[in-house]
Write a protein that binds this ligand. Structure first.
Ligand code: SF4
Ligand code: SF4
Length: 386
């Protein structure tokens, strides 16, 4: 197995072009063994495939050598554990000096796959669980897998992690279905009581494994008005309540639609060279974010170009330059930042149900993007709401 050696600091500094991605997504595969109702997997038209190992290594090498990212995520769409060389690529990321964030749909947590995960340097593992019981698990359309077997796999993984004192951080994602009006996911968490119950269940699970460890954390009171926050359930293990995505306007409830808007602010693009997002799909197509699940932005191809060339190329630069002035020139972005309306009445629907949610998200946005971007984003929100 090839293990890349990080460049000496002086050489890395010399190669520094000033591009910094806060999130860099590398889609190891677009294949997924689930077909969730709240995800565009079922409507995705682009071909499925596995990323070539050489391509994945080349991109990671460049990110590390030019200090473009500190961390790499192994997904855009798809389930990364389905890539047969996942382990080798995870070790390559570590060998390059990159931290690795792994998102898994948690359906493959057999002993074999758990060994794979625990044997490689995954610094941050997200277990995308979303469903809370057998009823809500129907939204995940996971073949013949039952909810009990599914959760059994999650418990097996967590038990092995605790027993081996594995240091990687684990986040369990649960989706809140009623925070963004029009979003899919009615069967997901919709009440504070449901969220408290699921947090209580995991707290009890860890108390059974390690009472002293479990006593060292205490989650804050649950508030569904304040989503996108962490609830620690064990040292190094957190439950995260997230709002359902609309995937660039593609996933909305029946009766709602997104009307495109050519004006708006996007953190993925506007983060720019300091804090933007970037993604390379399995076939090398580059895009700015995971919402563009079809890769329609098609900024370039990492098989033929370096990431630096794609980022500084005419297409990516023009999208960025316009976005800095609040103009969205690509149709996917126009839909993504468009206005949700109720089709029957034509009435604009505010993006969030609750002002507290908005306040919490704004303060997070401010911490990440600074005052100017937060003011521009707020003005954009107000413009679309009235
Ligand atoms: S949400 Fe994840 S697990 Fe579900 S279909 Fe999409 S990619 Fe697969
Ligand atoms: S506006 Fe465009 S780049 Fe930004 S999140 Fe939406 S699709 Fe992605």
């Amino acid at each position: 197995m090839t293990t890349a050696t990080p460049l000496p600091a002086a050489q890395r500094a010399a190669a520094d072009p000033g591009i910094r991605f806060s999130i860099f997504l590398l889609e190891l595969t677009s294949h997924c063994n689930m077909c969730c109702d709240f995800c565009p997997d079922g409507i995705m038209k682009r071909p499925r495939g596995l990323m070539d190992v050489g391509l994945a290594k080349k991109v990671m090498r460049e990110l590390a050598d030019k200090r473009m990212a500190e961390r790499v995520f192994f997904h855009v769409m798809g389930e990364p554990l389905l890539h047969p060389k996942f382990d080798e690529l995870a070790r390559h990321a570590h060998g390059c000096g990159l931290k690795l964030s792994l998102y898994t749909n948690s359906s493959l947590l057999t002993e074999k796959h758990i060994e794979r995960i625990l044997s490689v340097p995954v610094d941050n593992l997200t277990l995308s669980i979303q469903s809370i019981d057998q009823d809500s698990f129907v939204l995940r359309r996971a073949g013949r897998l039952t909810y009990d077997n599914y959760v059994g796999g999650v418990e097996r993984f967590l038990r092995m992690k605790v027993e081996r004192r594995h240091p990687g951080k684990v986040t369990m994602h649960y989706m809140v279905g009623n925070v963004k009006p029009g979003s899919p996911g009615d069967l997901l968490i919709v009440s504070r009581e449901q969220a408290e119950e699921i947090i209580g269940k995991w707290r009890a699970f860890f108390r059974g494994l390690d009472p002293e460890g479990a006593a060292r954390v205490s989650p804050p009171p649950v508030s569904l008005a304040d989503v996108e926050r962490d609830y620690p359930v064990y040292p190094g293990v957190t439950l995260f309540l997230k709002a359902a995505h609309h995937w660039a306007g593609a996933m909305v409830q029946l009766g709602y639609e997104f009307r495109p808007s050519a004006a708006g602010y996007c953190a993925a693009i506007n983060g720019g060279p300091a804090a933007g997002t970037f993604a390379v799909l399995w076939n090398g197509t580059a895009t700015y974010c995971c919402n563009d699940y079809e890769g329609t932005l098609a900024l370039g191809n990492a098989n033929e170009q370096s990431i630096e060339e794609i980022f500084n190329g005419p297409k990516a630069a023009s999208i960025r330059k316009n976005a800095a002035g609040g103009r969205l020139i690509h149709p996917t972005c126009q839909k993504c930042m468009g206005q949700l309306v109720k089709i029957e009445t034509g009435k604009k629907v505010p993006k969030y149900n609750n002002p507290l949610t908005l306040l919490h998200l704004s303060s997070n946005y401010y911490k990440r993007h600074g005052l100017r971007q937060t003011v521009l984003k707020s003005l954009d929100y107000l413009r679309k709401s009235f």
